[in-house]
Unconditional design. Structure first.
Ligand code: ATP
Ligand code: MG
Length: 267
């Protein structure tokens, strides 16, 4: 059965998509059957995996998460492969900007927040890990992302206001656990866009005082290669695999999978 991991933070621009794309890639490179689900109408994760979000018909499959959520296609029909022969273990369930138009249609449906959870059951046996990239802000799509997940990772930009928002986020997860069929566990907080300034070190220290072991040991450094990888429409491993940011994501993925294995063993 696939373990489903959501990258969640209702704050925008904190590295959710970068973390979802690159950890899914390293997970797949390690030989795990991996699916990346793009639940964001912005389609950034899909774009970063070379999916043409401006013209869905230009892709191998023009069906996306839109058809899946509307029950017009199965996940099997809508998923596609990341466009490189080397990595057959990575599949993508893309999004596109039609998603914005369907949110009102979905809002009328009974069980509207559990649609993704139900739909992924169809492929749970075909994958080892399913990564979900959630949009910022609370919406039907972010709630579907959370309620489909077994594990939550919070990509976190270490700023003073962000620390204040964290408590609110954790309180919300308690509500989510009650509503979910699978009761997602908070796997940890991933520090993104880290730079060695005194201010940032102080913020991380005060974060560690409160959240301690929740914080992943590996932090992702601030680096221009990340933006370049979005321009290249390829994950960091392919765009600049030897860069510190790429290697940080590789190490983070190992840590992430180890944490999951510990949970699964009940340690
Ligand atoms: N470690 C990093 N170093 C430099 N730039 C980064 C890093 N991580 C992410 N970025 C850049 O910061 C921007 C936001 O990152 P990303 O899209 O991953 O965040 P997000 O949380 O998914 O945003 P949104 O809330 O809009 O979905 C992007 O332009 C991305 O290329
Ligand atoms: Mg994003």
């Amino acid at each position: 059965m696939a373990k489903r991991i959501v990258m969640y933070n209702h704050k925008g621009g904190v590295g959710k998509t970068t973390s979802a794309v690159n950890s899914a890639t390293y997970c797949a490179l390690a030989g795990n059957r991996t699916l990346l689900v793009d639940m964001d109408p912005q389609g950034n994760a899909s774009g970063n995996l070379s999916y043409n979000i401006y013209d869905v018909n230009a892709n191998k499959t023009s069906k996306t998460i839109v058809e899946v959520l509307l029950n017009k296609a199965s996940v099997r029909e809508a998923r596609t492969m990341f466009d490189t022969k080397e990595l057959e273990t990575l599949h993508l369930l893309a999004s596109d900007n039609r998603m914005n138009e369907i949110s009102t249609t979905l809002s009328d449906k009974l069980g509207r927040e559990l649609i993704l959870h139900q739909k992924l059951k169809e492929v749970d046996k075909e994958y080892d890990y399913i990564f979900i990239d959630s949009p910022p802000q609370k919406s039907i799509f972010s709630m579907n992302s959370l309620l489909a997940a077994n594990y939550i990772v919070i990509p976190f930009f270490p700023g003073q206001y962000e620390i204040m928002g964290l408590k609110q986020l954790l309180d919300m997860f308690d509500e989510v656990k009650k509503a979910s069929e699978v009761h997602p566990k908070l796997l940890g907080i991933l520090i993104t866009m880290y730079s060695k300034t005194k201010a940032m070190r102080n913020i991380i220290k005060s974060l560690a005082d409160v959240y301690d072991e929740l914080i992943f040991e590996k932090a992702i450094p601030l680096s221009t290669v990340v933006k370049q990888s979005t321009v290249d429409a390829r994950p960091l491993y392919y765009s600049n695999g030897k860069s510190p940011a790429a290697l940080a994501y590789k190490d983070f993925t190992i840590e992430l999978l180890e944490r999951i294995k510990k949970y699964e063993k009940g340690v």
